[in-house]
Structures are given as C-alpha cells and as structure tokens.
Design a protein around this ligand. Sequence first.
Ligand SMILES: Cc1cc2nc3c(=O)[nH]c(=O)nc-3n(C[C@H](O)[C@H](O)[C@H](O)COP(=O)(O)O)c2cc1C
Length: 336
Amino acid sequence: MTGTRTIGRFISNQTWNFTPISVSRIGSHSFNQLRMSSSATAAVSESETAAAQKNYQIVQDSGNFDETQAKRPDFDHSKPIEVTKSPNPNWEYGQGVPGASLAGKHHEIDPYASDRPMINNYRLLVSGIAPRPVGFLSTVNAQGEKNLSPFSYFQVIDHDPPMFIVGFSSRPSRVKDTYRNLRETGECVINTVSENMIEAVNATSIDAPYGVSEWDVSGLHEAPSTTVKPSRVAESVFNIEGKVIDIKEFTDHQQPGMSLAATVLIKATRFWVKEGTANEDYSHIDLEKLRPVGQLGGISYGRIGSTFEQPRKRWSDEVGKSEILAKLDAGKPVDK
Ligand SMILES: Cc1cc2nc3c(=O)[nH]c(=O)nc-3n(C[C@H](O)[C@H](O)[C@H](O)COP(=O)(O)O)c2cc1C
C-alpha cells in the first residue's frame, strides 16, 4: 500500500494505491477501517438507515413477472449470430449521420438538483448507457468466506497491463459484500456471463446476508485459481484472476443512512479460457461460444443477434482518397 491514509478517518475522495504483493497489509489495514466505518454508521443513526431503506428503490417489485414472461416467445438457444453489412456502407468522410434529424432538442438535467431523486439518475444511466457487460466477481473475505455477485458498472479499461474497473453503488447501511472483500483481501476473479448462465447469475444479486455464499444460492461450480484465493466460475468461458490496484471512495457524496460508493481498479494476474472456445493461440474468443449478455435499463438484458464489421483506417492510407481529409491535411498546424 502506498500513499497516506488515516485509519478510521475518511478523507474526501481519498485514493488508496495497492500493489499486488502487499495484499496482507491491505487486508489488515482495510479491515480496521471497515470495522470503524461500519460501527460509525451504526452509531450515526439506525433511523437514518431505516429512512434510507424506505427510499431505496433500486430493486423494484416487478409485479406478476411470471405471468408477463409466460406470454413471451421461448428463448431460441440455437439462433446463430448473423453478420450483416454495416448500417451505411457507402459512408464518406465528413458525412456525419446520413438521414439523421437534428430537429429534436435535448433536455438539460442537473443530476444533483435538490428535486431530482437519485433513482431517476439510476434509471436514466442504466437505460442510456447500454448494453453494459456484466463482470461476475468471485471474492473471499479475510476468513475465506466466499461471495459471488454481478456488476455492470464494469469494464476492461486496458490490455497492457490488463486492467478492469468496477463501480460499487451505495445502499442502505452496509457496503456491498464484494467491495468489503476486495478491501479486506485485495483479490478477485472476474468471470464472463454467457446467455445460458443468466438466471443463475441474476440470482446471485440477491441481498444475501453477509457471510452467505451465493455459490450455494446459484448452484454454479467452483474451479481453482492459481494466483488468488477466490475460485473461478467453471461455467464461464473466460475467467480473469486479479488483484486490487487502487480504490476510490466517494466519501464526500455519502448520504445519511447509506453506505459508501466506491470504484475499484483491478489488474489481471491470470487468464483462463475454456478449451474449444478460442483460436489456437488463445488470442480470440469465438462470439458464438461466448454468447455474452449485456445489461440494459430496468430489469432487461440483451443478447447479440447480429454483428457487422468496420475496419479501422490509417490517415496515411486515406488522405489521398478523400478531398476532405486532403484539405484537413493541407491545413494542419506544423508539429514542432
Ligand atoms: C446484472 C447486474 C448488474 C449489477 N451491477 C451492479 C453494479 O455495477 N454495481 C453495484 O453496486 N451493484 C450492482 N448490482 C447489484 C449487486 O449485484 C447486488 O447489490 C448484490 O447483492 C451485491 O452483492 P454483494 O453484497 O454480495 O457484493 C447488479 C446486479 C445485477 C443483477
């Protein structure tokens, strides 16, 4: 661990820097702080937590979902992924979006306005930033108790080094168990989610009491990891063992009765790819085998039914083919 941090006292927008080899130091320091922070929350006010619980509408009542689902067509497991032309194959430089209208105005929103409920920002963001990949995280706490939960505030953010980010939202009372475990042990496995896994994965998002393993809730199977303690999900096509590099807690935004929100940066320490799902040198996973699920707004998930390709171009190859690029090239500032 590097940087300055005072145990038990939160500094606004504090950043901790972890190195993969200092996991035991992370564990002891983080656990101390965690205990202090949760007892502080309890001391603040149980009524605040109760009030926060009342206003917390992230997990909504879905009415009679079984009835709604019964009216829908069956999921077609054998549907192949079709490859089509791109939307505008004759697109040229400078053309913008052919046929798109600019007539519609945009409505401006201040996400922090006093009359804007948090839930509106949640619904807007998850419906507007979609699809989101689901990072399915396996963690353990300092005592080795297991946890498995899905997170779609998740993304791979680099390949060199292979890095990932996960966002943990605040909720009434206690921080998410996965976040607590990452703080305590600094280790995880990120597992991919294929279509056939979604019911089991979704079930692990239940607010199980601390210490209850969602492996048992879901019936998913464990496979051993080599560089971290948490197990891999055997059903996943791709598992990434990883260690916490950095944590950013949004202490300045914490609301009464609510836990901290935080983002965690994770560096991969090992890859595992299911045999038969990738090419010979394990540099490309077959989409037909991965069958990834994306999270959409509300309680919706999406599948990939169709793809198209778009080659990436080099300026030096293209400049002679386009009047617009040639003009831009002629007018470019001199690079000193
Ligand atoms: C597909 C899916 C994606 C989710 N993404 C997130 C997320 O990005 N951040 C978050 O805080 N909670 C997310 N949740 C909710 C958590 O999975 C849920 O709060 C879970 O109970 C946390 O488990 P834990 O306390 O065992 O870590 C998501 C749930 C689902 C079903």
